[in-house]
Design a protein around this ligand. Structure first.
Ligand SMILES: NC(=O)c1ccc[n+]([C@@H]2O[C@H](COP(=O)([O-])OP(=O)(O)OC[C@H]3O[C@@H](n4cnc5c(N)ncnc54)[C@H](OP(=O)(O)O)[C@@H]3O)[C@@H](O)[C@H]2O)c1
Length: 261
C-alpha cells in the first residue's frame, strides 16, 4: 500500500472507469467498498480481485436514504473510508431535434443530484472530524457546451462549479475535495457516441491517472493531457472563434446537411 489510504469507497464501480479504479486500488492492497446499482456486476468485480479486498455495497445514488444507510453501516463497522471516489453517471447523446425532458431529468438526477446526495451525507461528518478525502468525477465536457452533449454536459459543468464552490471551505477544514475531469475513455458510456473520439484511452490507463492524482494535493485530476490542454484552450476562446473551431472539429454542419437531405 503506497497511497496513504487504507480504505476507499468507489461509487460507480460496476463498469468502466470506476470498476478499473476499484481494481487498481484493491490490487495495491487498499480495502475497497464498491457501489453501483448492479449487485451482480459488483460481485463479479469482487471475485476478480484478491479475496476479501472488495466489499460490494449496491446502492442507487439518486436515493438519499441508500447513501445514508451505507454511511451509517460503514460508521458502525469502524470508520468512514479514507477516500471516496464518485464515478457514477448516466449519459445519452441528445440532438437538437430530440430533446426529451425525461432524459434530461434522469441525467440531472444521477449526475448532479446524485453527487449532491453523496456530498450532503459525507461532508458534515468529514468536516466535523477535520479529515477526509472525496473525489468527484465531472468531465472536460463540462468546460464548454459541445454538440450532442446538451443533456450530459450541463450536469458536468454544474459538478465543476459545485466542487469549485465547496473546495475553499473543505480545504480550510481539513477535507481534500478533488475534481476528476477525464477526456475520452473507452467504456460502455462512450460506446454510445456516434462520432470519432480523439485521444481516447483505455479505462485501465484512466484508473492509473486517477490513482496518481488521488495521491496528490492537486484540485483537478485531468487526462490525457494531450487532449485536455486543447479543451482548456477552447475554454478561453471568444464565442466567434469557439463555434468556428467546434463546427470544423465535430462535423456538425455535415451531419445537419445529411439530416436535411
Ligand atoms: N468514458 C469517458 O470518456 C468519460 C469522459 C469524461 C468523464 N467521464 C465520467 O467518468 C465517470 C465514469 O464513466 P464511465 O465511462 O466509466 O461510465 P460507465 O461505464 O457507464 O459507468 C457508470 C457507472 O455509474 C453507475 N451508475 C449509474 N447510475 C447509477 C445510480 N443511479 N446509482 C449508482 N450508480 C450508478 C453504473 O452502474 P450501475 O448501472 O450498475 O448502477 C456504472 O458503474 C462518469 O462520471 C462519467 O461521466 C467519462
Amino acid at each position: 500500500m503506497t497511497a496513504g489510504f487504507r480504505t476507499a469507497w468507489i461509487i460507480g464501480a460496476s463498469s468502466g472507469i470506476g470498476r478499473c479504479v476499484a481494481e487498481t486500488l484493491a490490487r495495491d492492497g487498499i480495502a475497497v467498498t464498491a457501489s453501483a446499482r448492479s449487485a451482480d456486476a459488483l460481485k463479479a468485480l469482487a471475485a476478480a480481485c484478491p479475496p476479501g479486498i472488495i466489499t460490494p455495497l449496491p446502492l442507487d445514488i439518486t436515493k438519499p436514504q441508500n447513501i445514508a444507510q451505507a454511511v451509517a453501516a460503514m460508521e458502525s463497522d469502524g470508520d468512514l473510508p479514507d477516500v471516496v471516489v464518485l464515478t457514477a453517471a448516466a449519459y445519452q447523446p441528445a440532438a437538437a431535434d430530440d430533446l426529451d425532458p425525461e432524459l434530461f431529468a434522469d441525467i440531472v438526477s444521477v449526475n448532479y443530484l446524485g453527487a449532491v446526495n453523496v456530498l450532503s451525507a459525507l461532508l458534515p461528518k468529514l468536516l466535523a472530524r477535520g479529515r477526509g478525502h472525496i473525489a468527484i468525477t465531472a468531465s472536460v465536457a463540462g468546460y464548454r457546451g459541445l454538440p450532442l452533449a446538451s443533456a450530459y454536459g450541463p450536469t458536468k459543468a454544474a459538478l465543476i462549479n459545485l466542487c469549485e464552490s465547496l473546495r475553499p471551505e473543505c480545504a480550510a477544514r481539513g477535507v481534500h475535495l478533488q475534481l476528476i475531469n477525464p477526456g475520452f475513455v473507452k467504456t460502455p458510456l462512450t460506446d454510445k457516441n456516434p462520432f470519432p473520439m480523439p485521444c481516447m484511452i483505455a479505462p485501465e490507463t484512466a484508473a492509473q491517472r486517477i490513482y496518481q492524482g488521488l495521491k496528490s494535493r492537486r484540485f483537478e485530476i485531468t487526462f490525457p493531457k494531450r487532449f485536455t490542454w486543447v479543451m482548456k484552450t477552447l475554454k478561453l476562446l471568444p464565442y466567434s472563434m469557439y463555434f468556428v473551431v467546434i463546427n470544423a472539429a465535430t462535423g456538425v454542419r455535415k451531419r445537419a446537411a445529411e439530416k436535411r437531405s
